[in-house]
Design a protein around this ligand. Structure first.
Ligand SMILES: C[S@@+](CC[C@H](N)C(=O)[O-])C[C@H]1O[C@@H](n2cnc3c(N)ncnc32)[C@H](O)[C@@H]1O
Length: 284
């Protein structure tokens, strides 16, 4: 039987449920959302043609450094980045794409990003665990520090020469997710993309969340849906809890457990009058 400490690590840090786990073995404090072991993806049923490219790359990682991503994330990443990643791999972008992943763990996901975004991309990973320095990770630059440390984050992004894509796969604690977004979104390049993984944690008390709980990361992100529509309603002086306003927010999209925010210098909304408005039917 697995030790409670090992189960706690796997569930808390990796959101990975061991195949042989019995619910009775899970410490009560972690039993906020039992996930069936059958949810661990069996790729033997997939063919290369049935998978998004990123999923194929993930499967092909074979005996490389370990990583864990939920299977459906690969399709979401492909939706968002297929064209950009292809151009980055081909080296046809105006300048190298700059990617920051928060949460390195054992480095496997950085290896995957290197393969996906190609040799020219500037890829950095940060983690609070110093072990990342001893893993011989050569696919990306790694730096030790917290995703909530503004001075550290600013220094890393300056070293990167700016940032175009951020992937938050760090602590998944709601307060940390919000803190990072607050600090980094203003530093993101125009047109840049900010991805937050594992938002299911925002429904779980052990990650500072709960269903419709104030202060959870998903509730904070829902506030941004209102921020995007700010010209259409009168509002109180209170800013939203993430501090992002519509003037820099192009879109916010949700997948299961993943949010994707795009940044741009947002113009005022203006209606466009198409066709000939002097035609008789225009005044019916
Ligand atoms: C889910 S794992 C990352 C997994 C990796 N991206 C992958 O796909 O395999 C989360 C990592 O976040 C790190 N972490 C936890 N709190 C953090 C914080 N405040 N700042 C940065 N990293 C943190 C943990 O040490 C752990 O390695």
């Amino acid at each position: 039987m697995m030790k409670a400490r090992d189960i706690a690590y796997l569930v808390r840090e990796k959101l990975h449920i061991p195949q042989d786990l019995r619910l009775a073995d899970v410490p009560a404090t972690l039993r906020t959302k039992p996930v069936s072991p059958s949810t661990v993806k069996d790729v033997s049923t997939e063919t290369p043609d049935s998978m998004p490219l990123l999923a194929q790359m993930a499967v092909d990682a074979g005996d490389g450094r370990p990583f864990v991503k939920w299977w459906h994330y690969f399709g979401a990443y492909e939706d968002q980045f297929a064209e950009l990643a292809q151009r980055s791999r081909e080296g046809t972008l105006d300048r190298p794409l700059r990617i920051l992943e928060m949460g390195v763990w054992r480095g496997g996901s950085l290896d995957l990003w290197r393969q996906y975004f190609g040799p020219e991309a500037v890829i950095f990973g940060i983690d609070i665990d110093e072990v990342i320095l001893s893993l011989g990770i050569d696919s990306a630059e790694v730096r030790v520090g917290s995703q909530t440390d503004e001075v550290f984050l600013r220094a890393v992004i300056e070293e990167m020469g700016g940032v175009d894509v951020v992937i938050d796969d760090g602590s998944h604690q709601s307060k940390d997710v919000i803190a990072s977004l607050r600090i980094i979104f203003p530093l993101l390049a125009d047109g840049g993309t900010y991805v937050i993984e594992d938002l299911h944690t925002s429904y779980w008390p052990t990650w500072g969340g709960g269903f419709r709980r104030r202060g959870s990361s998903i509730e904070a992100l829902k506030e941004l849906v209102d921020a995007l529509h700010q010209p259409y309603y009168a509002r109180s002086g209170r800013r939203n809890s993430v501090g992002i306003e519509r003037d820099s927010l192009r879109s916010i999209q949700f997948y299961d457990s993943v949010a994707v925010l795009r940044k741009w210098a947002c113009p005022e909304p203006q209606p466009f009058r198409g066709g000939d408005h002097s035609r008789p039917e225009a005044s019916i």
